[in-house]
Design a binder for this molecule. Structure first.
Ligand code: PLP
Length: 401
């Protein structure tokens, strides 16, 4: 093998991605997937949107184009952002290959080797994968029942400001229906984080992958909506509201920071697939997303309710979880006699799979917790999946049924 870059030694294959192989096995009930329900993809709409993209926007849809993205789609996104209480224009929007690319670009524009990044503990492993190449130091901060512990973040930053030079460069959070815990940040904490971004002049990255999928009450204003400094980076995605294979996401932040994202993206891939962007724009016509998101909300709410009802009754040990107001996940804490990694193995023996909590912690933590996803199965299948998981729990406890 030729000599390769030092970073190849730090970048690991993503365990979550490797799971996709396992999840395809016949007869296995997946409570592990972070992807949207394949049965809820709006296939006909996507087919027509791609046909319209080619019919109405050729050769534009097939040509090279601006790094910032397809202007009419950026305009549509700018309007849509009012749902998250963000007032912006197309000029504030950069289109990316999903949020995942936006996370990689964040590393490129924000991080030098050894910079500190504050993350929730646990957090989305894809963030860790994306930033690891830039060799930062992660600074995981345990969550409270109300989500991100903004007070502890404030103390950590205040302590850090006594160092010369400062070490903490950014804070990464998922305020809506956090992956993996399903928790939601309060409005007061959102305001406080935006204020921290301003006071300490640091980036706060707001990953809103699940923002549209709220199953009760009103959508809360985003952190970005309280941002006066331009230091909050908002990340949105079409993955959960259209289909992840279309690979479309977006970045909204202050113009000077956004310009750096544009330069980094230009170097990385020139621009996101123009055909996908034009098709998403076509799909969005006639208020399609309003109806489609309403349908997704109804379906996922039923799935969440079915899963929660099963968890409440299925296990022979006491469990504890925070009820998710939206998104795809329930984080279930088991008593210390249940080891999450052993439960993962035992569950596979029972033909079901959910992910051990340890996979979402950077260091210690999650040893007795699992993330259960309800997005990918019908209520009946979810109930059967939890029943199998309960058998796996009993196997670990030596209880025979
Ligand atoms: C919190 C979070 N951010 C980002 C992503 C990836 O999003 P995208 O498909 O837009 O790259 C996911 C996917 O599961 C996620 O859970």
């Amino acid at each position: 093998m030729p000599a390769l870059a030092h970073r190849t030694r730090v970048i690991q294959r993503s365990r979550l991605h490797e799971m996709h192989r396992l999840l395809g096995q016949p007869g296995l009930i997946s409570l592990a997937n972070g992807a949207p329900a394949v049965d809820l993809y709006p296939l006909g709409r996507i087919e027509r949107a791609f046909a319209a993209a080619l019919a109405n926007h050729s050769p534009v849809a097939l040509n090279y184009s601006l790094t910032e993205g397809f202007e009419p789609l950026r305009e549509w996104i700018a309007l849509k952002m009012r749902d998250a209480s963000i007032e912006c224009t197309a000029a504030d929007v950069l289109i990316t290959n999903g949020i995942q690319q936006a996370l990689d670009l964040t590393g490129r524009v924000a991080l030098d080797r050894g910079d500190h990044v504050i993350v929730d503990d646990p957090t989305y492993p894809g963030l860790v994968d994306a930033l690891t190449a830039f060799e930062p130091r992660f600074h995981p901060i345990p969550m409270t029942d109300n989500g991100t512990d903004v007070e502890r973040i404030r103390s950590a930053i205040a302590r850090d400001r006594k160092n010369r030079p400062f070490r903490i460069k950014m804070v990464y959070v998922i305020p809506n229906f956090h992956n993996p815990t399903g928790k939601t940040m309060s409005v007061a904490d959102r305001k406080a984080l935006a204020a921290l971004a301003e006071e300490y002049n640091l980036l706060v990255v707001e990953d809103d992958a699940y923002g549209d999928l709220r199953y009760e009450a009103e959508r809360l204003p985003s952190i970005k909506s309280f941002d006066r400094s331009g230091n909050v980076v908002y990340l949105g995605s079409f993955s959960k509201i259209l289909a992840p294979g279309i690979r479309l996401g977006w970045v909204i932040t202050g113009r000077r920071v956004l310009e750096q994202y544009v330069r980094a993206k230009q170097a990385a891939d020139l621009h996101t697939s123009q055909l996908s962007q034009v098709a998403a724009y076509e799909a969005a016509q006639d208020c399609f997303f309003e109806g489609h998101i309403a349908r997704l909300v109804t379906e996922y709410r039923q799935r969440r309710d079915a899963l929660v009802a099963s968890i409440e009754t299925a296990f022979s040990v006491e469990t504890c979880f925070v009820f998710p107001q939206g998104g795809f996940f329930v984080w279930v804490d088991f008593p210390p006699v249940i080891a999450a990694e052993a439960l993962f193995e035992a569950a596979i023996q029972q033909r079901t799979v959910c992910l051990p909590g340890t996979w979402f912690h950077l260091r210690r933590g999650g040893e007795h917790a699992v993330r259960i996803s309800y997005s990918g199965a019908t209520p009946a299948t979810l109930a059967e999946g939890v029943r199998r998981l309960a058998v796996a729990v009993d196997t670990l406890l030596g209880i025979s049924r």
